[in-house]
Design a protein around this ligand. Structure first.
Ligand code: F42
Length: 321
């Protein structure tokens, strides 16, 4: 199964147009990112509910810090109603860098995600919620069953997702990352008495496809630069990337010197942190990812040097294969 990620950094109607194109090209899910400085994720999903017909619509991902869990439940239930049952809730601990700018304290993210997911599920089942600080709160309308996916990277968050979520969204593009993550998720499920295969595992990958593989790789470089700069040491080590190389890139990004940041991106880095190339190259990587236990490939930024062409190309030559 294929999903696609859109960052709402363009007008909502443009995102709606591309989501419809994705639906017509064979994608099953669309995931909209949530950062305060882009278009609002809920407004975008409401527009997409009206502009598409069958594609599932998810937050990819929202968080319990910028919004209260009861409000998240009400919002996703409204999207589910508006879209005829197509909503999926993606929720994660959120992005520390944006929280710092917003003056939000990233207090106990693991605990916060666990408590929020359980509370949201109870709200969606129209139970009276008296946990996680709520005092007998209850939804006034019913919205049906909505799958909840957790955005996770760290081992504890992955294990938690295995224990309580319907699915996991993992920001990674290389099979080695999934050889690490999949057993951790499965262990979390087993410990919680669940069937490991009941948890959907999504590779939320940086993807770039073009007929010209060099153009595809070039388009992925800026995204890969940000991923390298934000990756923990153990992940860089897993891919044979030195901390000094990563520091050169993060220093360039801190100076807003994106040209220098991209120049620091090596072939090893684009291979580790993106699925990029001609459609046949991308399909080969997709097959490797599916072989690790991944059940959904999410085609994430940049998608390709030309987004619309890339969506059509991926539909015809990656998904249809
Ligand atoms: N973040 C956004 O803000 N917006 C997005 O649109 C977005 C999309 C997205 C899509 C896929 C995806 O995988 C991630 C995405 N993210 C997005 C990022 C996401 O919100 C997280 O930042 C990212 O997944 C990293 O989280 P993590 O899984 O690594 O979890 C962090 C919190 C972590 O450190 N986890 C540790 C671990 O091992 O999993 C555990 C930390 C821990 O145990 N904390 C304790 C606790 O109770 O929380 C407290 C420890 C103490 O001493 O206080």
């Amino acid at each position: 199964m294929f999903g696609i990620e859109f960052v709402p950094d363009e007008p909502v109607y443009k995102i709606g147009y591309m989501a419809k194109l994705a639906e017509d090209s064979g994608f099953s899910n669309v995931w909209i990112t949530d950062h305060y400085n882009n278009r609002d994720v809920w407004t975008t999903l409401a527009a997409l509910s009206m502009m598409t017909n069958k594609i599932s619509l998810g937050t990819g991902v929202t968080n319990p810090y910028t919004r209260n869990a009861a409000i998240i439940a009400s919002s996703i239930a409204s999207i589910n109603e508006l879209s005829g049952g197509r909503a999926i809730l993606g929720i994660g601990p959120g992005d520390k860098a944006t929280f710092d700018k917003m003056g939000i304290d990233w207090d106990k993210p693991l605990t916060r995600v666990r408590e929020s997911v359980l509370a949201i599920r109870a709200f969606l089942a129209r139970e009276q919620v008296s946990q996680a600080g709520f005092k007998g709160a209850q939804m006034a309308f019913s919205a049906g069953r909505i799958p909840i996916y957790i955005g996770a990277q760290g081992p504890k968050m992955l294990e938690l997702a295995g224990a309580i979520a319907d699915g996991v969204l993992i920001n990674a593009s290389h099979p080695e990352d999934f050889k690490f993550a999949v057993p951790v998720i499965r262990q979390g499920a087993e410990k919680a008495g669940r069937k490991p295969e009941s948890v959907q595992i999504s590779a939320y990958a940086s993807f770039s496809a073009d007929k010209d593989p060099a153009k595809a790789v070039a388009a992925s470089k800026i995204v890969v630069a940000f991923i390298v700069a934000g990756s923990p040491e153990n992940v860089l080590e897993r891919h044979g990337i030195g901390m000094d190389q990563a520091r050169t890139i993060s220093d360039a990004i801190a100076r807003y010197d994106f040209k220098a940041a991209m120049e620091g991106v090596t072939t090893r880095m684009t291979e580790a942190f993106s699925v990029s190339g001609a459609p046949a190259d991308c399909r080969a990587r997709v097959d490797e990812l599916l072989g690790t236990g991944v059940t959904q490939i999410v085609v994430g930024s940049p998608i390709g040097p030309n987004k619309e062409n890339a969506i059509k190309l991926i539909g015809k030559q990656v998904i249809a294969k």
